[in-house]
Design a protein around this ligand. Structure first.
Ligand SMILES: [Zn+2]
Length: 409
């Protein structure tokens, strides 16, 4: 049943990808241009002071020109679980990607039981470009290209533990669709890490804290630079109607370098007083990436910046659970997380700008959720929301609700 649904939508895309070339397509009206940037674990508690200090000028300009707010997430959120909800608008039990591990195996796209937005768009002749979106390995055929992200398997990867293979080290499936694009990327962009770096273990850190922290942060910066080069190349050389790109180093840094105080659970002065600016600096660095992406955003482009969840310091009652964060690396001294037992209180966030979107408009409270992103994007293309999707159109962010929908069709 599950594989039948999957192959049905995979097949229709294959047929479409093979059958529709630019030449035989009827002169279509221009489709809306939508770019979605995912930032894992974007935490407004950290971002707000940076905005006030003027250290995130690009994000500030998006807020000025758009709508933004918190994004209610799923219970016990983690990246594959939430991204799969975000791109299918169904709950984790329905789409099947309930966590990093599903049935003892690292989650992969063969386990995905609901149709993702890139498939809906592909079968409606929208061109799709995807890069580094979590839980998209092995890649699926789309009307465009796809480069996998977090949970890509490769050299030295064990089930259930994050790892960051380079494109050339990927094993157990394809990380690039169409396959021949891999050769082009290796040539034009160079080899690159597909996901952020794994966090160091307590044993690695002990006695060499500053050295290990700085080495790790340098590697993270290298990964971000590679990713920026990749995104810039794809947006320049392979522009698509719909583009979805994700960064994951912010969340990874927050887990063990969140600027906590001595009274916080898990505080260890030799680690936590070493580089208290490391986590805020990730967002300052993200803002520069955003600057590169904004060069590809014109007045007719919709830009979405979304995060799957936030990240907060451990709470007092979790002392008994010695910062176990099995999903990442069970020996890392994790001092902040997002999958608290009490559910929805580590929301993500979203920022949207584009034609017909309100300016400097804040959605208060938790009115928007990760389920609403896919239906809202489908609406921009004038596509009806598939029955299985639980989210709603975020009509309140539009100047006059709902009218923009058919503009591109
Ligand atoms: Zn995380």
């Amino acid at each position: 049943m599950v594989s039948r649904i999957f192959s049905a939508f995979a097949l229709s895309i294959l047929l479409l990808a093979g059958g529709a070339s630019a030449q035989d397509a009827k002169p279509a009206k221009t489709k809306p241009h939508v770019i979605v940037i995912g930032v894992n674990g974007m935490e407004l508690d950290i971002i707000r002071p940076l905005l006030l200090k003027g250290q995130m000028p690009n994000l500030a300009s998006v807020i000025d020109r758009g709508a933004y707010g918190k994004l209610r997430t799923v219970q016990a959120p983690n990246c594959p679980r939430v991204y799969s909800t975000l791109f299918t608008s169904t709950n984790p039990e329905e789409h099947g990607i309930t966590g990093f591990l599903v049935g003892g195996m690292t989650a992969n796209t063969n386990m995905l039981k609901q149709e993702p937005i890139w498939s809906v768009l592909s079968s409606n002749q929208v061109t799709v470009g995807m890069a580094n979106v979590p839980a998209t390995f092995p890649v699926m055929p789309v009307n465009g290209y796809m480069i996998s992200g977090m949970l890509t398997r490769g050299k030295n990867c064990e089930d259930g533990v994050l790892c960051a293979p380079k494109l050339s080290e990927v094993m157990g499936g394809d990380a690039v669709y169409p396959k021949q694009m891999q050769t082009e990327l290796l040539k034009k962009v160079g080899d690159f890490y597909i996901d952020c770096e794994r966090m160091p273990s307590a044993a690695d850190l002990k006695g060499h804290e500053l050295e290990v922290i700085d080495r790790w942060l340098n590697k993270v910066q290298t990964i971000r630079e590679q990713q920026t080069r990749l995104f810039d190349y794809l947006l320049s050389e392979h522009p698509t109607d719909f583009t979805f790109m994700v960064q994951s180093c912010e969340d990874r840094t927050g887990h063990w370098l969140y600027p906590i105080s001595p009274f916080n659970v898990g505080y260890n002065a030799s680690v936590n007083s070493a580089r208290p600016e490391a986590f805020p600096n990730q967002y300052i660095a993200f803002d520069k990436v955003l600057g590169t992406i904004l060069k590809h955003v014109d007045a007719d482009t919709y830009l979405f910046i979304v995060s799957d969840h936030g990240i907060k310091p451990l709470r007092e009652f979790e002392e008994k659970d010695p910062h176990a964060h099995m999903d990442h690396e069970k020996t890392t001294p994790v001092i902040a997380k997002h999958d608290f037992a009490d559910g929805d209180d580590v929301p993500g966030s979203f920022f949207v700008m584009g034609p017909g979107i309100k300016h400097d408009f804040r959605v208060m409270g938790l009115a928007a959720s990760v389920y609403d992103i896919a239906p809202t994007i489908l609406h921009l293309y004038g596509l009806e929301q598939p029955k299985q999707m639980h989210g709603r159109l975020l009509s309140e962010i539009f100047e006059s609700s709902g009218t923009k929908a058919a503009a591109g069709n």
